[in-house]
Design a protein around this ligand. Structure first.
Ligand code: F7E
Length: 533
């Protein structure tokens, strides 16, 4: 049974406006409620939307409103007496605890100090705001229950709650300058029923959401943050994505969440559910050569995807937005370079659909910082590598081929332009710079590079030397298939600003990491060959 079938003739306009959103609402609901209830919940969402169609605040076609209804339905669906009892028990336990554990660099705080800060912040609120916060946060009431008590719609109650929560945060911070991470943890641990997404969590770990979690940088960053005491959520695309299992085997602490940079509603849902302190946008179509054959998809994922994620952060974070954002910008934006070395002030001249998409992402990040005051930073990272680097990128392609040649599994390696040069660093060092950017008081943009330049010929020298071969020419063939319509000839970065402001330095040199990659590839190839025997 669907509402649309029953009511079709009564509102063509409704159908025109909302029919289009049915698939994404359905996908949203399906991800969150148990299978046999899905159709009912979707039908109810549309029934409510249809009944209140005329009263929907303008613009009436705002699909976010429809998602608001869906969220509340999902929240209602999930609510149970058992859950509610567990929640109040947990709140009572937390309130009794003598000490708030350490968060990041902030030391432990006695509960009394925390209580005092909370009381002060509560006193700074208007009576109506206090009422809604007490009801929803402390008593665990749903927005629908709050609405019944206030005599307004659930939607209005939710809005009122959000406003109150934001003002509370503001007042709390005014009394506790060092308490950003702790406050977010505190208020979100007390916000189990908000919009049906966030659930109560124990502890006081800061939360990070990482897009592109299955890539090289996502995996290094997740490990770094987990080591620093973060709860890490990795966004993953598609159903049963096999890469998800690989990542979880490698770093079991990561919690995976569904979402797609090409789907705004899934990003809103992810940000809503995770309630992150920090969002790292590492997701992209990152292979420059591929971007020439899939330019539109590249623009959508690597360019407009940034805009969508920032929109999700803007919408969920509300006024006085506390979510910090990192955008993985790139040296490819410099393209046909205007100066050597390239720094934060060097003009951009991208040479590929990938580069142009990243320039869009860069300026969008800047724009959300300036327009909405979001703590949003761009890391302009030069090439960085590791044993986890994808086999399509030149340096890993070379180390893997060298390993196979040394084991007699392959005779030659086919490459494109050997005369280009890049500034290569170690990915493990570069994720440290990302994190440092988000710990600054003010958002900004930083070049992250080693300042050293290596041509592809030099990469071949180093890799072949690792297996004792000085003259690699018999092993390398040039193949036009690996050439690009437009090339970036030489990149080398000036990371002085990152050094001065972030105190960041690369620790591993390129020859060191490349040697390690050859060793690792030999091991991998031996293991594979062993498995085949
Ligand atoms: O190419 C040349 C190729 O694909 C490097 C991405 O992580 O870094 C990376 O982009 C150079 C180019 O990386 C082959 O023409 C020669 O000049 O390894 P790449 P990239 O294009 O520099 C930046 C910072 C990013 O942001 C990107 O996401 O090597 N080259 N022969 C070759 N490249 C490849 N892939 N394969 C060859 O056979």
């Amino acid at each position: 049974m669907t509402v649309l079938e029953i009511e079709e003739d009564r509102s063509a306009r409704f159908e025109a406006l909302y029919g289009a959103h049915r698939p994404s609402i359905a996908a949203y609901v399906r991800r969150r409620v148990i299978e046999h209830d899905v159709e009912d919940v979707i039908a109810q969402v549309f029934l409510i939307a249809w009944r209140r169609f005329a009263a929907i605040p303008s613009p009436p076609e705002d699909r976010l409103w429809l998602f608001g209804v869906a969220r509340r339905m999902v929240a209602d669906h999930r609510r149970s007496t058992v859950r509610r009892r567990r929640l109040s028990q947990r709140l009572a336990e937390e309130a009794r605890g003598p000490v708030w554990p350490q968060v990041g660099s902030v030391g432990p705080v006695g509960f009394e100090t925390m209580q005092w800060r909370v009381d002060r912040a509560m006193q700074a609120l208007r009576p109506g705001e206090r009422e809604v916060l007490r009801l929803v946060l402390w008593d665990g009431a749903s927005h629908a229950e709050a609405a019944a008590l206030f005599g307004c719609t659930a939607n209005a109650a939710e809005l009122r709650y959000r406003r109150a929560r934001n003002r509370f945060r503001e007042a709390f911070l005014a009394g506790a300058p060092a308490g950003r991470a702790r406050l977010q943890e505190f208020s979100s641990s007390l916000a189990p029923r908000v919009s049906g997404g966030a659930q109560p969590r124990g502890g006081v770990m800061p939360r990070a959401l990482i897009t592109g979690i299955t890539g090289q940088d996502g995996r290094y960053l997740a490990e770094l943050l987990i080591g620093k005491g973060y709860q890490v959520h990795g966004m993953i695309r598609g159903q049963n994505n096999p890469k998800g299992r690989i990542v979880q085997d490698e770093v079991p602490e990561i919690e995976l969440i569904n979402g797609d940079l090409t789907d705004l509603s899934s990003l809103i849902a992810a940000v809503e559910q995770v309630q992150p302190d920090e969002v790292y946008n590492l997701g992209a179509i990152s292979f420059v050569k591929l971007s020439f054959s899939q330019p539109e998809l590249t623009a959508d994922v690597s360019g407009t995807g940034v805009l969508r994620l920032l929109e999700a952060i803007r919408i969920v974070g509300g006024t006085n937005n506390r979510i910090r954002f990192y955008q993985a910008a790139t040296s490819e934006m410099f393209g046909k370079v205007r100066e050597i070395p390239q720094s934060e002030t060097t003009p951009f001249h991208p040479r590929s659909p990938y580069g142009t998409a990243k320039v869009f992402g860069y300026y969008t990040t800047l724009n959300y910082r300036e327009s909405y005051g979001i703590h949003a930073s761009n890391g302009i990272l030069f090439n960085h590598t590791s044993p986890r680097r994808g086999l399509e990128f030149v340096e890993r392609k070379i180390t893997n081929a060298v390993a196979r040649i040394s084991l007699g599994l392959q005779d030659t390696v086919a490459l494109g332009n050997l005369d280009t040069s890049r500034d290569f660093g170690y990915a493990g060092d570069y994720v440290e710079a990302m994190w440092r950017m988000l710990q600054q008081d003010d958002p900004s943009d930083f070049v992250v590079a080693t300042g050293t330049r290596w041509s592809i010929r030099q990469v071949l020298d180093l890799a072949f030397q690792a297996i004792g071969i000085e003259d690699w020419s018999p092993y390398v063939v040039i193949d036009d298939r690996f050439l690009r319509p437009a090339e970036v000839d030489e990149l080398v970065g000036d990371a002085s600003r990152a050094r001065e402001v972030l105190g960041w330095e690369p620790k591993v040199t390129f020859p060191e990491i490349l040697k390690e990659m050859v060793r690792n590839d030999i091991e991998l190839e031996q293991a594979k060959a062993g498995g085949r025997e």
